[in-house]
Ligand binder design. Structure first.
Ligand SMILES: *Cc1c(COP(=O)(O)O)cnc(C)c1O
Length: 395
């Protein structure tokens, strides 16, 4: 039975490879951080989502170790049967406090939070109006929901208004958007989205995965940036990026919404609870951010330093309001050659090209972190400049 299927898959794999789209995984043999060990070579890491440098932070590691001793390794249950410790509620409250929301529900990942947020809330009488560049997990979540689907061009408020008008006869309308779009680093125009939502009686859902801990003066995300704390009905996010980088996701927002999700959201009801060590590290992290803004300040300073120097060196960088700097090269092959050359120079970055970004928009995406020191940034800029000249990107 398997033989025909095996042929079918082998053909697909060969096609992916010949299109140059096969993803190889580079093996890291050290903890995550600014300086990592890849195939025996030390490289400076500029492609992790480790925005606040917490992935290997001693305070989080100690909290996790302590929780292992005090609360064990795993929960062996979903939340509503026998998988809720007092600590899960504590973490949910900490997340709500951080974002200025009413309540929070935890998931195994943000992919699950997004997969389980639409279907329990909306039916075929309703409408979801979604940004065209939203993350795959939002797209999948919308697919699982019976609501009518409307799409607007990335951050295009004229188009959003058109779609809101088209959806005006639906019972409820929900606008769904990423907080930061991960390929360009732009923040969604939440002030204008909120205005349109009010004008057309719609609700708003923002995925804060790349913005939480990063955007806004104290890293409280896009609602801080636009002075809309507590005003947005639904926020989702991950504990897998700025917030420690392990696993975990959440939905936070209006109390009744979170209440219904606890009753009806399938990835919550039918998937295991977060392990105690992850929960404990999360609690420690939010307590730390309550005490000090040091890491957010360092991340913001690092980002500004890097982007300013790269632009001064002559690189074409997309304007960013996050910790993502897209260095535009336009040519797919060039993006791959340049990333490979940079790795030889000890700088670990990733080149992206079609279909991950639009045709002719190939780039290298640099992700800044509070784990970077100025000397790391200087080395990165120097390597970019050297290779940029070598490959004719810089004159
Ligand atoms: C990374 C990411 C997710 C997925 O988060 P996980 O917790 O890793 O599942 C969801 N949405 C966006 C916008 C992301 O960038």
């Amino acid at each position: 039975m398997y033989q025909d299927f095996q042929k079918h898959l082998s053909q697909q794999i060969a096609d992916i490879k010949s299109a140059g789209l096969y993803k190889d995984e580079r093996l890291i043999c050290s903890p995550q951080g600014a300086d990592i060990l890849v195939k025996g070579q030390h490289v400076l890491n500029f492609c992790a989502n480790n925005y606040l440098g917490l992935a290997n932070h001693p305070a989080l590691i100690n909290a996790a170790k302590k929780a292992l001793d005090e609360r064990g390794y795993g929960m062996s249950s979903v939340r509503f049967i026998c998988g809720t410790q007092d600590r899960h509620k504590e973490l949910e409250a900490a997340i709500a406090k951080f974002f200025g929301t009413e309540d929070t529900i935890l998931y195994a990942a943000c992919f699950d939070a997004n997969g389980g947020v639409f279907e329990p809330l909306l039916t075929e009488e309703d409408a979801i109006i979604s940004d065209s560049l939203n993350h795959a997990s939002i797209i999948d979540g919308v697919r699982l929901c019976k609501a009518k689907r409307f799409r607007y061009a990335n951050a295009d408020m004229e188009d959003l208004e058109k779609q809101l008008i088209a959806a005006k006869d639906c019972r409820f309308r929900l606008i769904a958007t990423d907080g930061v779009f991960s390929m360009d680093g732009n923040v969604c125009p939440l002030d204008k989205i909120y205005e349109l939502a009010n004008k057309y009686n719609a609700m708003v859902m923002v995925d804060e995965s790349h913005s939480a801990g990063v955007v806004g003066k104290t890293g409280r995300g896009v609602t801080e940036q636009y002075n809309l704390r507590g005003k947005i009905e639904i926020l989702t996010g991950t504990l897998g990026k700025a917030f420690g980088g392990a696993v975990g996701g959440f939905t936070t927002g209006k109390k009744e919404i979170i209440d219904i999700l606890r009753q009806r959201s399938r990835p919550y009801l039918f998937s295991n609870s977060l392990p105690p060590m992850v929960v404990a590290a999360g609690i420690e992290m939010f307590a730390m951010m309550d005490r000090t803004n040091e890491l957010q300040d360092k991340l913001h300073a690092n980002t500004k330093y890097f982007v300013d120097k790269m632009v001064a060196a002559g690189f074409d960088c997309k304007p960013t309001q996050s910790a993502i700097c897209a260095v535009m090269l336009y040519d797919a092959k060039l993006s791959q050659v340049m990333a490979a050359r940079l790795q030889e120079e000890g700088i670990y970055v990733t080149g992206f090209y079609y279909p991950v970004v639009p045709q002719g928009q190939a780039r290298i995406r640099v992700q800044l972190s509070a784990a970077h020191e100025t000397e790391h940034l200087d080395k990165c800029i120097a390597a970019f400049t050297k290779i940029g000249k070598e490959l004719g990107v810089l004159k």
